[in-house]
Structures are given as structure tokens and as C-alpha cells.
Design a protein around this ligand. Structure first.
Ligand code: ARG
Ligand code: ZN
Length: 885
């Protein structure tokens, strides 16, 4: 048991820093068995505070202090206090210089935080609090400093030496070593510091900014990956152009670099001028990366680039404000992706993801507001709520203000706060000042956790030609927040006539109709809107484009949903109607299964999907989205008590019935698209993503028929395709199919062919981890012994353990608790090596309240076993203790 519990840190305790660091001069001497770090900090008393001189408390963890001097005076142990996480000393003047030297051990850093080694290269990850593992510092985002960095290393193994900003000098040393100095002209907090030393190749390109400055672009990778960089480079140039056009933001240094590393806890990091990426978010080419991977690379490159303004030029005052940069930047990258690809499809994907995963987080023990009030370990707050819900909050402001006014607000925000560390309130203030709109009540989205429920009902008065829509909003209690006040909920809607046309929208009291699709604001717990001059009873199309992150309910019957699927002029809501219809049908099947009855599929779902498949005008990606039944995780999220087996059985039954009933249409659509794939070389472009997504979902249905011609098609696709999207789909389809011998041979052939490509092997692990055939745990345990697997690499952990616990719900939730025990064992072992990854893998266990009593007891038992397993990191301790509270 841990002796000392990690402390809670509260927003209300925020205090401005006692001291500032105007200049930071760093020197790194990198060696194989240690690294020496010398830091010179030019400091002064914070001028906004009193003139007295409180003790200076520097953050520092796992550092071996070699020397420290104050204004050139070497300090002895009597002059300072040293503990696990601080170095405290007493300044004697308002301005002073601290010089320190420490020894650290990147070569044995398995937590991948601070300075560490990945595949032989040195790299860093400092956000949020990794810099304190590099040197003694004021490691907080509101302390901004001008950095110069000199690094030296053995030349042969580390020919490339990089840091933030511009290179200003370099040279060789005796003994085969060399050095380089980088200077970053922009003030930045320590979390944006980065350093890289390695044997890397780069692809170089150029971008001319809107004011005609030439910027050098470089993407550094290990030599064997130099052929997989072009897509990221193209994405970078598109991002730079988009940010100029849509936000008026220009890049500010002469060089912008991206480095790909194999061992990385998250997706990527926006270090000033030197972004460091998980290689999975950089490398992409047809033969080795799927369409989804190509789109992810484009989105993450954009996300990190956009941070240069939303995050770096204007940063966070403290970590409670994390969504200030992350929510905003996700909103920016999702709009970018929408512009580069299909807007409706992007929205569908984002909403499906939010509703499945963020809503679950909001309903669980780790629920927190977009701007949290307290945390134990900030690494645990890089969450779906901060990122995805934060982005939805920004989208709502955008919806309420309109694009043009929103842009005025963002211009004002960047101009007003450039070079500052600010709060979410500052952001909202800029939006208010630019628009004149009072967002006081709206700000509850930042402070109240939980997913609001919005119940809508309607009545038509034929005599008065009026239609009354009533809304009731509520929000369930979340940890520490029993009562919630009403939110401002923007509800975009239209009213459709019997032909599906949008009717003019005129509210009582309005002189004339105001458009045919408009945004209402629900601001009270109960609120009604009456529309007039409606000669017939309309059907409402509500919450168009998912205009607010709420759980909306409206008593549609299945025929109305079928009508909306065909006629709604809002593409998102057409898909949404199909999802709601599927949910109703699947919940009926779940009930039948639970009562031990024979399962009978409502033929209306078959009819609805038949007309979708017959619609040659409809974007093929939309056809694919509409054919995708709500996932098991989403069905779990919307259940009061989730019956894992019933959910799985019901969904598989529905898929099988659809496959049989729609075989011919699916087969036609499959073959037409496969024929196109055969005759055109792979293009990473959205119309091609669209047709491949339909081709591939069609194949996944077709295989359920067990027919030999489908097996033949699957094998043909696997063998003859020129890209990973088709190959991996064929593999996944086989892995989940009854064709046992083909499954085994294809898996073996795939592994043999791609054994030297770790990112492809991640896919190979994931496909098998996700297979819901019986015996899932045993397969995963066997795969952990595979030579390509290692717990040290976060991508491998996610590909195998994460995919099993997160996507293979029937196997993970096996009634004997074996899946839970397995996951707890992995968490206990990862807790010691990589706390951030350990803590993230825990999340399926935190959802224990969703399941039946027996499973609840088993899951809680495993959480308790983790708690009792020994010294826990603050990361794991926080999640486990909150889950058991
Ligand atoms: N700021 C990075 C991004 O938005 C994420 C870094 C998270 N780091 C961490 N240790 N949790 O992409
Ligand atoms: Zn980010």
C-alpha cells in the first residue's frame, strides 16, 4: 500500500508565480549511460507581487543534483533544501541567476515522460509536467521564458541534433562528438520545450506564407521510413494554408519540424517549431496504412500545427484551462478535416465517437467539467471531455455567433492575448466583446460535468395552424456535483412537410418566417416554442448536425424515422434517423434474447437499408455510415444495465439477417467498387475513401452468408489489392469469419510479410484482439508472447490490450471475470514502468456500474486488487480510488 496519498490540486488555490524566468539557457551532454543537464535561469521577482523575497521553490523529480549556484556563488547543502520533488533556496535580490547541473538517465526512462530514448534516439515529452524530470525549473505554463539550447552527442549515432526555434551554431568536439545550438525567439512555457538527437533522415519542403515569407518544412524519420512521409508533408502544407484562410494565422519561425518516434504515450506534441509525433500519426503510404490512418495523419498534423497559435502563442495559465487550447484546437482540426474531406461524414464520425466514449466518461466516476476544479494527476485529464466535449463547446459558440462573428472573436482573442498564458474565461470574454452576446449562462458548459438530457415533445393545433415544441432539459448528478443549472442548448431544427420539404419557420410574435432551418436556444429547464402558419402537421428534424452535445429524445415512431432517413435535407440527421431506428430495433431484439424468445428482426430496418443501398445518388461514404449498425459500446452506453451477451447476440443476429436479405445489393455494390479498386491505383482522397468504405462494409456483411464466392472474393481482395485498407479489411473479415483454415494461413502470411513494420503489426494485433469468436483472452495471451509484442511500446499495448478490453466486449466481459483479471494484471505491471499508459488502460474497469451485480463485484474486486498491489503511481491511484469511491 502506498504510504503517502497524492494530494488534490484545486483551481481555487491558483496563485501567480513568485518568480519569473526571463531567459533559460540549457546545455545537454548526451551519453549512453547518463545525460548531464546544465541550466542557467535568468530570474526575477514577479513584479506584480510585493517586493519581499519569498523562498524560490523549483520543481524537479528524479534528478541527481550535481551543483547549484546563485549569482555565481556555488551553494552548499546548507544553503538549500532538497526533497523528492523540489529544490528550495533563498534569493537575496530581486534579480538573480541560478546555475544548476544535474545527471539524468534517459536510457532507462520507461515512463516516456521527460527525456527518454526511443529506438536508439533521444527525444522528449514535457507536457504536462515532464520538464521537471529534465532540470530544476518553475514547471508551470504561466512561467514563460526565452530558451537557448545546446546539445552535444556522439556524432556517428546521433548525426541530427534538434531543438526549438532556429539553429544558430554547431561544431565538432574531440572524441567523435558534435554539438548544435538552437535559439527560440518566442517566449514559451517549459512544457513546449523539445530536444531530439538521432540518426534520422528528413524530407524537406517549403511553404510561402501569406506575407511571402519562406518557411522550411522538415519531417524527420528513421531511414527505413523515408518513403512514408509525403502524406504528412502534404497535410502540413494544407494545414498552414487553411489556418491562414480561415483564421488569418500565419506561421512565425523560419523552420517547422516534425519528428516521428516509435515510443510515444499519446498521438503527438506541439513543441514550438519541433513537433514530436507518435510514428503512427506521421507515417502513411498506400501499402502500409489504411484510409483511416491517412485521415488520422492529416488530422493530427493539422492539430499540432494549429496549436502554434491556439496553445503556443496564446497558452494556458494553469492546467485546469487545458481545454482552452485542446478543445479549441480539436474544433479547428475537425473543421479542417471537414473542409478537406466530406463535412457530413466527418460530423457523423465525430458524433459517433463522442456519444460512445465521451458520454460514457461523463456518466462514470472520472466525470469532470470541460474546465475541471480539481485533479490529482494532470496526465489523467487529457480526456475525451477536455478534447472532444471541449471542441463541442467551441462549436456551439460558433453556431450561436455565426462564422463571421466567431472569427472576429478569435481575432480579438489572439491579438489581445498573444504571448500570454490565459484562461477559458479570457477566451469567452473575447467572444463576448467581439459579438456583444452575453455568454454568462453559456459558461455553465465549462463548469458543469455530465451529459444533459433534452426531452422534446410536440403538439399540432389544426384549428390554429400552430405547432408547439416543448423542451425539458436536465443533467444527471456527477461526482461532486449533485445539482445542475440549465444549460444554453442551441437546437438547430427544421419542420418537414409530408413530402420532406422544409417549411418556413415563423414563431409566435414574429412578423414573418425566419428561414427554413434555424437555431433555437433552449435556456430554461422547461421551455416551449410555438410555430405558426403551418397548414399541416409537420415532422421535426431536431438538433441538426448535432448542434449540442446532449441526449435528445423525441417520440418518433419507426415509420417517421424511415421517412427522415430518406427525406431529411440535413445529411447528419438522415444518418441519425437510421441510428435511432436501428437502436429501437436492436433494443427489441435484446429484449427478445433476454426473455429467451426467438429473435425476429423488424423488416422495416431491412427495407430502410435496402433503399439506402439502392440510392445511387447518395455519397457512398454515407451509404457505408448508414449501413453501420450502432456499435456494442454505444449500445452499452445507452443501456441502464448493459447485458453484454444480449447486446452482442442481438447485433450479430441483425447483421446476419441484413446480410441474407440484402445479399444481392451488397454483392453488386461490392463488386462494382472492387472492380474500380482493381483498375485504379490507390489515391488517398475522400471520394476514394468513400467508395472503399462501402466496398469494405459490404464485404463484412457478405461474409456472414458463409458462401464460397464471398470467401473467394475476400481472398482475391487480400492477394490482389495494392493498399492496406483493402488488405486489412479482407484480413479482418476472415478473422471474424467461419473460414478457419483461410483465417490461419492469411494471418500467418500477413505477419511474415509485414514483420519488420511495427505499425502494420499493430494492426495485425488489433484485428485479432477484436475478434469476438470464443477464446478471445487465450488468443490475446498467446499474442503477448509474439516476438513483435512488447509492453514497453504504448502502441503495442493499445493495439492488443486496449483493443481487447475496449472493443472485444463479449470476451473481455466473460462471466468468469478472466478478462478483468487479465487487464488488472497488465495495469499492475504497467504501473511500474509507464504510469500514464497504465492509467489509460484502466478505463474499461471504471465503468463497472454499467453491468450486472456479478460482473460489478468482479470488476470492483480487480480495482481493489490493484489498489492493494503496492506502491501506485498518482496516475493509477487517482483513477482507481475515484472508481471505488
Ligand atoms: N498537447 C498534446 C496534443 O494535444 C498532447 C500531449 C499530452 N501529453 C500527456 N502527457 N498527456 O496533442
Ligand atoms: Zn492538442
Amino acid at each position: 500500500m502506498r504510504t503517502e496519498q497524492p494530494k488534490m490540486i484545486y483551481l481555487k488555490d491558483y496563485q501567480a508565480p513568485d518568480y519569473l524566468i526571463d531567459e533559460t539557457h540549457l546545455t545537454f551532454e548526451l551519453f549512453e549511460d547518463h545525460t548531464l543537464v546544465h541550466a542557467q535561469l535568468v530570474m526575477r521577482r514577479n513584479p506584480t507581487l510585493s517586493a519581499d523575497l519569498p523562498p524560490l521553490v523549483l520543481d524537479g523529480q528524479q534528478l541527481e543534483l550535481l551543483s547549484v549556484a546563485l549569482d555565481d556563488r556555488e551553494l552548499s547543502a546548507a544553503d538549500y533544501q532538497l526533497d523528492d520533488s523540489h529544490l528550495t533556496l533563498q534569493p537575496t535580490a530581486a534579480s538573480f541567476v541560478i546555475d544548476s547541473s544535474v545527471r539524468i538517465h534517459p536510457e532507462s526512462n520507461t515512463a516516456l515522460e521527460g527525456l527518454y530514448k526511443s529506438s536508439g534516439m533521444f527525444c522528449t515529452q514535457c507536457e504536462a509536467e515532464g520538464f521537471r524530470k529534465i532540470t530544476y525549473y518553475l514547471d508551470r505554463p504561466d512561467v514563460m521564458s526565452k530558451f537557448t539550447t545546446t546539445l552535444s552527442a556522439e556524432q556517428h549515432s546521433y548525426p541530427v541534433l534538434l531543438s526549438n526555434g532556429n539553429p544558430i551554431a554547431s561544431g565538432s568536439e574531440e572524441g567523435g562528438r558534435h554539438w548544435a545550438t538552437w535559439e527560440d525567439p518566442f517566449m514559451k512555457p517549459a512544457y513546449l520545450f523539445a530536444l531530439v538527437a538521432g540518426d534520422l533522415w528528413c524530407v524537406e519542403d517549403q511553404f510561402t506564407t501569406m506575407s511571402q515569407r519562406a518557411v522550411t518544412l522538415r519531417i524527420y524519420v528513421e531511414p527505413e521510413n523515408i518513403d512514408k512521409v509525403q502524406h504528412a508533408m502534404d497535410s502540413l502544407k494544407k494545414s498552414m494554408k487553411w489556418d491562414e484562410e480561415v483564421y488569418g494565422r500565419e506561421y512565425d519561425l523560419d523552420i517547422f519540424m516534425i519528428v516521428a518516434v516509435n515510443d510515444f504515450n499519446m498521438g503527438a506534441m506541439e513543441n514550438k517549431g519541433l513537433n514530436i509525433f507518435n510514428s503512427s500519426c506521421v507515417l502513411a503510404k498506400a501499402e502500409t496504412a489504411t484510409d483511416a490512418a491517412h485521415q488520422r495523419v492529416e488530422a493530427v498534423v493539422a492539430h499540432e500545427y494549429f496549436h502554434n497559435w491556439s496553445g503556443n502563442r496564446v497558452t494556458c495559465r494553469d492546467w485546469f484551462q487545458l481545454s482552452l487550447k485542446e478543445g479549441f484546437t480539436v474544433f479547428r482540426d475537425s473543421e479542417f478535416s471537414a473542409d478537406m474531406n466530406s463535412r457530413t461524414v466527418k460530423r457523423i464520425e465525430d458524433v459517433a465517437y463522442l456519444r460512445t466514449h465521451q458520454f460514457a466518461e461523463d456518466a462514470g466516476p472520472m466525470a469532470h467539467p470541460v474546465r475541471p476544479d480539481a485533479y490529482m494527476e494532470i496526465s489523467n485529464f487529457y480526456t475525451l471531455t477536455i478534447y472532444e466535449k471541449g471542441s463541442e463547446v467551441l462549436r456551439m459558440i460558433h453556431t450561436l455567433l455565426g462564422a463571421e462573428t466567431f472569427r472576429k472573436g478569435s481575432d480579438l482573442y489572439f491579438a489581445r492575448h498573444d504571448g500570454q498564458a490565459v484562461t477559458c474565461d479570457d477566451f469567452v470574454q473575447a467572444m463576448e466583446d467581439a459579438s456583444g452576446v452575453d455568454l454568462t449562462q453559456f459558461k455553465r458548459w465549462y463548469t458543469q460535468a455530465g451529459t444533459p438530457r433534452l426531452e422534446a415533445s410536440a403538439s399540432y393545433d389544426a384549428a390554429a395552424n400552430s405547432y408547439r415544441l416543448e423542451f425539458r432539459q436536465s443533467c444527471p448528478a456527477t461526482p461532486g456535483q449533485a445539482e445542475k443549472l440549465p444549460f444554453v442548448i442551441p437546437v438547430e431544427l427544421a419542420l418537414l412537410d409530408a413530402q420532406g420539404r422544409e417549411l418556413p419557420l415563423q414563431l409566435v410574435g414574429e412578423e414573418a418566417p425566419v428561414g427554413r432551418s434555424r437555431v433555437l436556444q433552449v435556456t430554461q429547464a422547461e421551455q416551449a416554442f410555438t410555430f405558426i402558419n403551418l397548414a399541416e402537421k409537420p415532422l421535426p428534424s431536431l438538433l441538426r448536425g448535432f448542434s449540442a452535445p446532449v441526449k435528445l429524445s423525441f417520440p418518433y415512431d419507426r415509420d417517421q424515422l424511415m421517412f427522415l432517413m430518406q427525406h431529411d435535407s440535413d445529411g447528419f440527421n438522415r444518418w441519425e434517423a437510421g441510428q435511432q431506428l436501428s437502436v429501437q430495433v436492436l433494443q427489441e431484439l435484446i429484449g427478445q434474447y433476454q426473455r429467451g424468445e426467438a429473435l425476429v428482426l423488424d423488416q422495416r430496418l431491412v427495407a430502410a437499408l435496402r433503399s439506402v443501398l439502392q440510392d445511387e445518388q447518395l455519397d457512398q461514404a454515407m451509404v457505408a455510415e448508414m449501413l453501420s449498425l450502432p456499435g456494442e459500446a454505444y449500445l452499452t452506453e445507452i443501456s441502464e444495465v448493459a447485458d453484454v451477451d444480449a447486446i452482442h447476440a442481438a447485433r450479430e443476429f441483425a447483421r446476419g439477417e441484413l446480410a441474407t436479405a440484402l445479399f444481392d445489393l451488397l454483392w453488386q455494390r461490392y463488386q462494382a467498387n472492387r472492380e474500380l479498386s482493381r483498375s485504379t491505383a490507390y489515391i488517398a482522397e475522400f471520394t476514394h475513401f468513400a467508395r472503399r468504405s462501402l466496398q469494405n462494409i459490404a464485404l463484412s456483411y457478405l461474409v456472414l452468408s458463409g458462401r464460397p464466392e464471398v470467401l473467394a472474393a475476400c481472398l482475391e481482395q487480400y492477394e490482389a489489392c495494392d493498399n492496406m485498407t483493402e488488405r486489412l479489411t479482407a484480413l479482418a473479415v476472415l478473422v471474424n469469419s467461419p473460414f478457419e483454415s483461410e483465417r490461419a494461413t492469411t494471418l500467418a502470411a500477413f505477419a511474415e510479410h509485414f514483420k519488420d513494420n511495427p505499425l502494420v503489426m499493430d494492426q495485425w494485433f488489433s484485428v485479432q484482439a477484436g475478434s469476438t469468436l470464443p477464446g478471445g483472452l487465450a488468443r490475446v495471451q498467446a499474442l503477448m508472447q509474439h516476438p513483435a509484442f512488447t509492453l514497453k511500446n504504448p502502441n503495442k499495448v493499445r493495439a492488443l490490450i486496449g483493443a481487447f478490453a475496449g472493443q472485444n466486449l463479449v470476451n473481455f466481459h466473460a462471466a468468469d471475470g478472466s478478462g478483468y483479471r487479465f487487464l488488472a494484471d497488465q495495469v499492475i505491471s504497467l504501473n511500474a514502468s509507464n504510469p500514464q499508459i497504465a492509467s489509460r488502460q484502466l478505463s474499461p474497469l471504471t465503468r463497472w456500474r454499467k453491468y450486472d451485480d456479478k460482473r460489478q463485484a468482479l470488476m470492483k474486486g480487480e480495482l481493489e486488487r490493484i489498489l492493494a498491489s503496492g506502491e501506485l503511481s498518482s496516475d493509477v491511484y487517482e483513477v482507481v480510488s475515484k472508481s471505488l469511491a
